[in-house]
Design a protein around this ligand. Structure first.
Ligand SMILES: Cc1ncc(C[n+]2csc(CCOP(=O)(O)OP(=O)(O)O)c2C)c(N)n1
Length: 371
């Protein structure tokens, strides 16, 4: 009676488009136009260059913290390109850049990292926990998990309003061991919510390897019991993630219900600037994943197709670096947020105790407050 489940399916395989030699599998190739491929590549490269710069700013003491997604760029970029305006994004820890793909200004993004008066969030969130009303993206939840049921709830609300939009909720592999993941799956399936739940399996939850926190054969099989169609995707293959998200999103929009994608990838850098990964993982492991780098994979494909060469990459990097430096130069000198902004946005109508406290704070001599 008791045997391990062996049924093979899309949740135990690995969906790929890009082959190791840089060719694309014609059976799954989305045949994007040259302009679409160029945009995809530019976004990936911009994210890589920008995050390297943000980590340096933290090391120089100019910003307090940064959490990068280096090595995992394929999923945020593919998702950003596959979504429609009006769709909602509930990120986990490494999907902030979807905002940039969907038109959020780089200067506002960088200002959030500085947390000064140019920051739309008024310096209230930790760096990297950006959100953007203009692009329907909520903040990282530092608490692991709650964004997944929130995405499902948002999808259910849009379903009731007969909208054709979807919500995407992200998790890491670690977050799939949290109760919130399972609550979200139950509700998503039962109510056929128009949502995608996407797990970026980067093999580590800070210092805990995936194998030490789940006995599931894959993360994607976790969708089976809930009745959520689930696909295991090569998360370092930007074309594969794009196809999987595009198809699942179209199905959800048409009333076909939710989907669960496991994007298999690797966090090349530290968990955040507060972490030292050399304490818990081997150089050999990191080097083996470096060979599967998502940016290299796309560039191999573009070079083979005659769409990219060394000179184009060098010119692009110079342009992107200049763009990022301009954004930093523009926002870094801004003063801190006004201290009384602390009381903004707490209630639609501030209560009298808050009004009094705000006035009292404004009276304090500047030297007595940190700002
Ligand atoms: C509820 C909760 N428990 C623990 C933590 C501490 N913590 C922060 S990030 C993290 C690991 C998350 O791992 P995963 O979901 O795999 O995402 P990744 O960081 O790998 O992208 C943990 C345990 C937290 N923030 N919230």
């Amino acid at each position: 009676m008791l045997t391990a489940p062996t049924v093979e399916g899309p949740d135990t395989g690995l969906f790929r488009v890009l082959r190791d030699d840089g060719s694309a599998d014609p059976a799954s190739d989305p045949f994007l136009s040259k302009a679409q491929l160029a945009s995809m590549h530019r976004h990936m490269r911009r994210l890589r260059v920008m995050e390297a710069r943000m980590v340096v700013l933290q090391r120089q003491g100019r910003v307090g913290f940064y959490g990068s997604c280096t090595g995992q760029e394929a999923t945020p970029i593919a998702v950003g390109l596959a979504l429609a305006p009006g769709d909602w994004v509930f990120p986990a820890l490494r999907e902030s850049a979807i905002m940039l793909v969907r038109g959020f200004p780089l200067t506002s993004y960088v200002a959030q990292v500085f947390g000064n008066s140019r920051d739309l969030l008024k310096g209230r969130q930790m760096p990297s926990h950006m959100s953007g009303r203009s692009v329907n993206q909520v903040s990282w939840s530092s608490c692991i998990g709650p964004q997944i049921p929130q995405a499902v709830g948002c999808a259910m609300a849009m379903q009731r309003e007969n909208k054709r939009n979807i919500a995407v909720g992200f998790s890491g592999d670690g977050a799939t061991s949290q109760p919130d993941f399972h609550n979200a799956m139950t509700f998503a399936a039962r109510f056929r919510a128009p949502c995608l739940i996407i797990c970026q399996n980067n093999h580590w939850s800070i210092s805990v390897p995936t194998a030490k926190q789940t006995a599931s054969a894959t993360i994607a099989v976790k969708g089976r019991a809930y009745g959520v169609p689930s696909v295991r995707v090569d998360g370092n293959d930007v074309l594969a993630v794009y196809v999987a998200v595009r198809d699942a999103a179209a199905r959800a929009r048409d009333g076909g219900g939710p989907a669960f994608l496991e994007c298999v990838t690797y966090r090349m850098g530290a968990h955040s600037t507060s972490d030292d990964p050399t304490r818990y993982r081997s150089n050999e492991e990191v080097e083996s994943w470096a060979k599967k780098d998502p940016l290299d994979r796309l560039e191999r494909y573009l070079r083979r197709a005659g769409l990219l060469d060394d000179a184009a990459i060098a010119a692009m990097d110079a342009e992107l670096t200049a763009e990022i430096e301009r954004a930093i130069d523009e926002v870094e000198p801004a003063p801190p947020p006004d201290r009384t902004a602390l009381f903004d946005d707490v209630y639609a109508q501030p209560t009298w105790p808050l009004r009094e406290q705000r006035a009292a704070l404004a009276q304090l001599p500047k030297a007595e407050s940190p700002h």
